[in-house]
Write a protein that binds this ligand. Structure first.
Ligand SMILES: Cc1cc2nc3c(=O)[nH]c(=O)nc-3n(C[C@H](O)[C@H](O)[C@H](O)COP(=O)(O)OP(=O)(O)OC[C@H]3O[C@@H](n4cnc5c(N)ncnc54)[C@H](O)[C@@H]3O)c2cc1C
Length: 447
């Protein structure tokens, strides 16, 4: 285990007691650096290991769709831990670390290890836990291949500024995982599954996308076997099943990006396909974590680059041909069938194709009164309907579309200023837009 992945958040010394892995972002047993680190500590100190998961019911306002997916993954995960002889407890709780602190006391924890997320809410929990803990508290970046604090010390301007920094460090970090050591465990407090099964939340219908570590690995295997070959050419066509479909599994940490990268790198597919995929999985995804980590306003207008803010400001008063309310967007009631089809895709399936996400967000900018309104509506809809929502990739994808984050200035035009514009004709040149509309709105749109 590369120690650069790990940092101690306080200065306490270990004086004996149980090692607790507080699992948060990385909901998996296999290829999990935070679990491996906790396991290594347990081995070194000859102490038992126990894993706890803080299940916040409406985490970042997620609804039943997201909760159900998470719950199904956690159910399988608990069985996996039991099979490997490690106690695993899920605490059903509200948005505060109170129950977690109580758990640490109850099991007489001597050390806490947790995983890493750049999002505000998780950083706030960690600060609160750190304030109370008198035992060593470690954080392990188990999500990024190159740990976020190693790849760069600052907010990167664009993919081209972070790419070289990542690539020069890949030989050190993109390596095989060590084995999980054999560890002792304890009888930990039981998970209240009945309460978890009884949780009812509002929000869109649940979707039948399989959840859990096994489903994540099957999805990866199928992608490599049948779709990686051709990915570079077909990935911008929403009518092709060309993408990996891995984003929900990556978002919930049900599969390790490092393992995915190693599998794709070693796959028997053309080099340009593997490189195109690894650019998205590694550079774009880790750039999103870099942005959220170093930019406290990652989901606000103030987080955009100065050139974009200035340019959008200069176009605030431009006439908007169409202005829609959040409800009209949500119900897919715009004048544009291509946009409506994209909205229906995410409402019905829990996932919008990557190319359409750009078009979708840019049109929200075009059809609202202000960039602030556009940002709020796009984040609200993205987080409400996407299975992979509430993720750094989402905040950054939306900031790229609406605020030019990680992009460059383009030719000036109404409303968008120098932020890149997209229109339906561009989409038509790339793929059969009518076929896409038919799939999600039905034939009647063409009668
Ligand atoms: C407006 C907008 C909103 C978005 N919202 C989200 C979101 O909420 N959650 C989310 O995970 N992604 C989001 N993305 C990024 C991207 O569209 C999705 O990651 C991708 O479509 C997921 O499908 P896939 O796993 O089949 O993609 P694949 O093409 O198979 O990519 C594999 C993985 O690479 C990463 N990746 C791919 N494209 C990007 C990208 N542009 N930026 C960062 N990482 C990328 C993802 O982890 C993805 O799972 C958004 C993009 C935009 C423009």
């Amino acid at each position: 285990m590369n120690e650069k992945r790990v940092r101690q958040l306080n200065t306490a010394d270990y004086k004996g007691g149980i090692i607790v892995y507080w699992m948060d972002r990385d909901e998996r047993y296999r290829h999990n650096h935070a679990l491996l680190y906790a396991g290594a500590q347990a081995k070194e100190h000859n102490a038992p290991l126990v894993v706890v998961f803080n299940l916040v019911v409406d985490f970042l306002s997620g609804g039943m769709r997201q909760f159900d997916f998470k719950r199904r993954g956690l159910r399988e995960l608990q069985d996996t831990f039991i099979k490997h002889g490690i106690a695993f407890t899920i605490l059903l709780t509200d948005d505060s670390p109170r129950d977690l602190l109580h758990f640490f006391q109850e099991v007489q924890a001597g050390m806490v290890v947790t995983d890493f997320s750049p999002l505000r809410i998780q950083r706030t929990w960690k600060r609160a836990v750190k304030k109370e803990l008198k035992i060593p508290f470690f954080e392990v970046d188990a999500h990024n291949i190159v740990p976020v604090w190693e790849v760069s010390e600052k907010k990167e301007f664009a993919a081209y500024t972070i790419r070289k920094k990542i690539h020069t460090q890949l030989p050190e970090f993109l390596v095989d995982y060590p084995r999980m050591p054999e560890v002792k465990t304890i009888r930990a407090p039981k998970t209240d599954w009945e309460a978890i099964q009884n949780v009812k939340l509002d929000g869109p219908d649940i979707v039948d996308t399989s959840s859990g570590e096994r489903a994540a690995h099957n999805t990866l295997r199928r992608f490599i076997a049948s779709r990686l070959d051709g990915y570079a050419e077909k990935r911008n066509d929403p009518n092709e099943e060309a993408l990996s479909g891995l984003s929900p599994y990556l978002h919930y940490g049900q599969i390790s990006p490092q393992y995915v990268a190693l599998s794709v790198r070693g796959a028997n597919a053309p080099l340009n396909d593997r490189e195109a995929f690894l650019e998205e999985l590694i550079v774009r995804r880790e750039l999103a974590d870099n942005f959220c980590y170093y930019e406290p306003k990652y989901d606000a207008f103030e987080g955009f680059h100065e050139w974009a803010r200035k340019s959008l400001d200069e176009h605030r008063k431009d006439k908007r041909e169409y202005v829609y309310t959040r409800a009209q967007f949500e119900k897919a009631k715009t004048h544009d069938n291509l946009w409506n089809a994209a909205q229906r895709e995410v409402v019905d399936t829990g996932k919008m194709h990557g190319y359409m996400r750009m078009y979708w967000a840019k049109k929200i900018l075009e059809w609202t009164e202000s960039p602030e309104d556009a940002l709020k509506i796009a984040i609200y809809l993205n987080d409400k309907y996407e299975l992979d929502g509430r993720d750094p990739n989402g905040y950054v994808g939306i900031a790229w579309s609406i605020g030019g984050v990680h992009d460059r200035a383009w030719n000036e035009r109404p409303i968008f200023g120098k932020v890149r514009y997209m229109n339906a004709n561009g989409a038509k040149r790339k793929f059969d837009t009518e076929g896409y509309i038919r799939r999600f709105l039905g034939e009647d749109k063409f009668i």
